[in-house]
Design a protein around this ligand. Structure first.
Ligand SMILES: Nc1ncnc2c1ncn2[C@@H]1O[C@H](COP(=O)(O)OP(=O)(O)OP(=O)(O)O)[C@@H](O)[C@H]1O
Length: 277
């Protein structure tokens, strides 16, 4: 079994709807994965499995060497860092930024009467520094901009020194400066050999931080393609994933995509046209 994630034939069904079907996916220690796909493709469902917050209906989902359904998820979850809008929504607006981070060590949101070790306070300060938000440590979380909140959330998710870190659309809602700042910081994280395995969900290839190694492309709950980014992130695969003819460009270590013009539609169009609806 892979060290981090090993999904074999994984499906999730709700009522008569298949949210995921036949997903095979392995994530090894040290890998940095992007999960990309259109709205409703099943990306968040996949992360819920990976974080031990949902069990598969079919197949076998291995997470950090344990099989979901045969492990106490309350022991598994602290080993996984999650940054998502759902987690952010649970953080009280009046919470001090430094407390947002340090409380992660105790698996709670909202500081009450807990006593925290000095070493925890020190680690929280270092993480806020690394994410470029140390100057905000005494501010209330609710007063931060969206970009600042995202960075604080990532610091919180790293606080427990997780073995796996899941980032659900970390750049959503950020302006260009905020996005570029975040992509740069995630790139530093991706290249840190001590960082946990990373899985980042996005809708946009422009948000792939340099240093990410692999990509899983999802459409309608099924894997279109998965593997090393340079080999897998092709116009054909992206067109099939999003169901329209797309052109993919690489500029150094960054990616960009746009709708194919009439002239280059032939290259990408066949893939999109043939894609399942
Ligand atoms: N409990 C449920 N019952 C029925 N359908 C559900 C349920 N939960 C999610 N879905 C559907 O499953 C599909 C996949 O949802 P999911 O949130 O995983 O997609 P996503 O790729 O994360 O989408 P987005 O990019 O919009 O966030 C969606 O069509 C959603 O409406």
């Amino acid at each position: 079994m892979s060290d981090v994630l090993e999904f074999a034939g994984v499906g999730v069904r709700r009522g008569t709807t298949d949210l995921l079907s036949g997903v095979d996916w392995s994530v090894e220690e040290g890998e940095r994965w992007v999960v990309i796909g259109p709205n409703g493709a099943g990306k968040t469902t996949l992360l819920q499995l990976a974080s031990g917050r949902m069990h598969p209906t079919t197949g076998v989902a291995g997470v950090l060497g344990e099989v979901l359904g045969a492990v106490d998820v309350f022991e598994l979850r602290p080993r996984i860092g999650v940054s998502s809008a759902a987690v952010a929504d649970r953080i009280p607006a009046e919470e001090r930024v430094s407390d947002v981070v340090v409380t992660a060590a105790y698996g709670v949101v909202g500081r009450w009467r807990e006593q925290y070790d000095e070493s925890d306070e020190q680690r929280a300060a270092e993480l806020l520094q690394a994410l470029g938000v140390a100057h905000l440590s005494t501010r209330r979380f609710g007063t931060l901009s969206e970009g600042e909140r995202k960075r604080v959330q990532i610091a919180r998710a790293l606080m427990t020194d997780p073995e796996l870190m899941l980032l659900d659309e970390p750049a959503a809602g950020l302006d260009l400066r905020g996005r570029e700042d975040l992509v740069g910081r995630l790139s530093v994280l991706a290249q840190d050999l001590d960082a946990p395995a990373l899985v980042l969900v996005t809708h946009h290839v422009e948000e792939i931080p340099p240093g990410f190694t692999d990509i899983l492309m999802l459409r309608e709950g099924r894997v279109v393609a998965a593997g090393p980014i340079e080999l897998t992130l092709t116009a054909e695969n992206l067109s099939e994933t999003f169901g329209l003819p797309l052109v993919v460009d690489r500029h150094g270590d960054r990616w960009a995509a746009r709708a194919a013009a009439t002239g280059d539609a032939a290259a990408a169009g066949a893939a999109a046209g043939d894609a399942p609806r």
